[in-house]
Design a protein around this ligand. Structure first.
Ligand code: ADP
Ligand code: MG
Length: 238
């Protein structure tokens, strides 16, 4: 335990919450299947970034996470890789409809970037990812969602539109990510986020990532996450 805390200190990782899994040093330590290890290698990812070292084992353990780390630190893979594992762990993929993993991001550019990253890893397993954001035809998106997917990456407003149009149902959704939560709040998406969260079963796993933790985001985190572990990397303002 002393050694673990020294290791965290050396990486400038701070954690709070009970029973925090120890950080990994390599992707092998995460126990990923060979297909996923190959997809990771194909991306040129040799070892986990700092946030990934601590966030990956926590997310893989099923716990809720608040992850705070600056832009460019590799937060996306720290939720996308466990999401793929979670989807592959589902017993009967085809029985129900609708996404298993739901990722909300503030802008279409960010949603698109996450979508591309998710696709790289999803491909190895034939997992389908859909992107849902403004600027694309609603009808095309409706059709794509109707065809089915396991992962949806969305901006909150457009996801609400699609839910209203019954393009998808959240009955199968068990893994929710709120990425760049502070920016979603800045853009006024709090009501949409609350509505989306309210449509996903309460026994879901919820992950919230943010570069900063303003009061309002802290309050949402307290309300929608269960016994979260907080992981902070580096210096972060509020
Ligand atoms: P953040 O969401 O924290 O801003 P991203 O997830 O967008 O960061 O990652 C930033 C960049 O780092 C991306 O280009 C991504 O492909 C790359 N990256 C992520 N994880 C690793 C890794 N383990 N090794 C090398 N590069 C990585
Ligand atoms: Mg990001």
């Amino acid at each position: 335990e002393q050694e673990v805390s020294e290791y965290r200190k050396s990486l400038a990782i701070r954690v709070s919450g009970f029973d925090v899994p120890r950080p990994v040093k390599t992707f092998e330590d995460c126990g990923f299947a060979p297909e996923l290890m190959r997809a990771i290698a194909k991306q040129g990812y040799e070892k986990p970034t700092t946030i990934q070292c601590q966030a990956l084992p926590i997310v893989l353990s099923g716990r809720d996470v608040i992850g705070i780390a600056k832009t460019g630190s590799g937060k996306t893979a720290s939720f996308v890789l466990p999401m793929i594992v979670h989807i592959m762990d589902q017993p009967e993929l085809q029985k129900e409809e609708g996404p298993i993993g739901v990722i909300c991001a503030p802008t279409r550019e960010l949603a698109h970037q996450i979508f591309l990253e998710a696709k790289k890893f999803a491909k190895a397993y034939g997992i389908r990812a859909s992107a849902v954001y403004g600027g694309m035809s609603k009808l095309d998106q409706f059709k794509e969602l109707k065809a089915g997917c396991e992962i949806v990456v969305a901006t909150p407003g457009r996801l609400i539109d699609m839910l209203k149009m019954k393009a998808l149902t959240m009955t199968r959704a068990t893994h929710l990510v709120l990425d760049e939560a502070d920016r979603m709040f800045d853009l006024g998406f709090e009501p949409q986020i609350r509505s989306i969260v309210g449509q996903i079963r309460p026994d879901r796993q919820t992950l919230l990532f943010s570069a900063t933790m303003p009061r309002k985001v802290e309050k949402l985190a307290r309300e929608v996450l269960s016994d979260p572990i907080r992981v902070t990397v580096g210096e972060v303002g509020t």
